[in-house]
Design a protein around this ligand. Structure first.
Ligand SMILES: [Zn+2]
Length: 247
């Protein structure tokens, strides 16, 4: 039997999760995957309601450093550089997403936004829109960040299983604007488990959006996966979200 090892260059066509495939060319599953695009296990088990999530790059040291400056060291100026990268991520949707999009940054819990002084995703989205106005003047992208609210603080959920993360996020987001009949572009800094994007897409679709697209700066790839004892069917993943090593 011929075996093909496809390296991590291949990502899930829905959420961008790196796929480690070790499959037979003759494998029926492989043929199916080729036909429908490569989907990660999670997206096969429960398909997200967003159409596709794109990212500028991976969560490497440089990107991690820049995002940490913006989020934790409150170096606001970094939003300019990162916003340009966000614009490049959005361009990956060209030809797929409509040229008229309602752009919504993933909202922060109010208290958190007050502490930080801003929502970094709003800065990134606005900067990206400024760039895209020049790069694609025919597009009509409108910022509508106030169309969604976060009513629950769910920041420390990254060690939960994916199912746990999703449960934890239930009821966190509320659509407060009119998204009926609109295609929405959701902007966030990092895509980790995808649970936030999933939940936002779910509430947006429920509120009448026609499609939801997701653009982030970086896709954090899983550091390792372990099985949870209580529920053997459930995988617990950890993502590498550490601050960059000094030096
Ligand atoms: Zn996926």
């Amino acid at each position: 039997m011929r075996r093909v090892r496809l390296n991590t260059m291949i990502g899930c066509s829905k959420c961008g999760e790196a796929l480690n495939l070790d499959l037979d060319l003759e494998d029926a599953r492989f043929a199916g995957m080729l036909a429908q695009g490569f989907l990660c296990r999670e997206c096969r088990l429960a398909e997200p309601e967003f159409k596709r999530a794109v990212a500028y790059g991976s969560y490497d040291n440089e990107m991690r450093g820049l995002i940490h400056l913006l989020k934790f060291a409150r170096v606001r100026g970094v939003a300019r550089l990162l916003g340009r990268r966000m614009a490049e991520a959005v361009l990956l949707l060209e030809g797929e997403a409509a040229a008229e999009l309602m752009v919504i940054a993933v909202p922060l819990f109010k208290q958190r936004e007050r502490q930080r002084g801003y929502n970094q995703s709003v800065l990134l989205a606005d900067e990206a829109l400024r760039c895209l106005q020049q790069l694609r003047p025919s597009w009509r992208l409108t910022a509508a960040h106030e169309a969604m609210e976060r009513r629950k603080s769910t920041e420390s959920s990254f060690v939960l299983s994916r199912k746990g993360r999703r449960r934890n996020l239930r009821g966190a987001f509320h659509v407060t604007g009119d998204v009926r009949g609109r295609e929405v572009l959701l902007i966030d800094d990092i895509l980790t488990s995808g649970a936030t994007a999933r939940e936002c897409a779910r509430v947006l679709m429920r509120a009448g959006a026609t499609k939801v697209w997701v653009a982030t700066l970086a896709r954090a790839q899983k550091k390792f996966v372990m099985r949870q004892h209580e529920d053997p069917g459930e995988l617990v993943a950890r993502w590498d979200l550490r601050a960059p090593e000094p030096g």
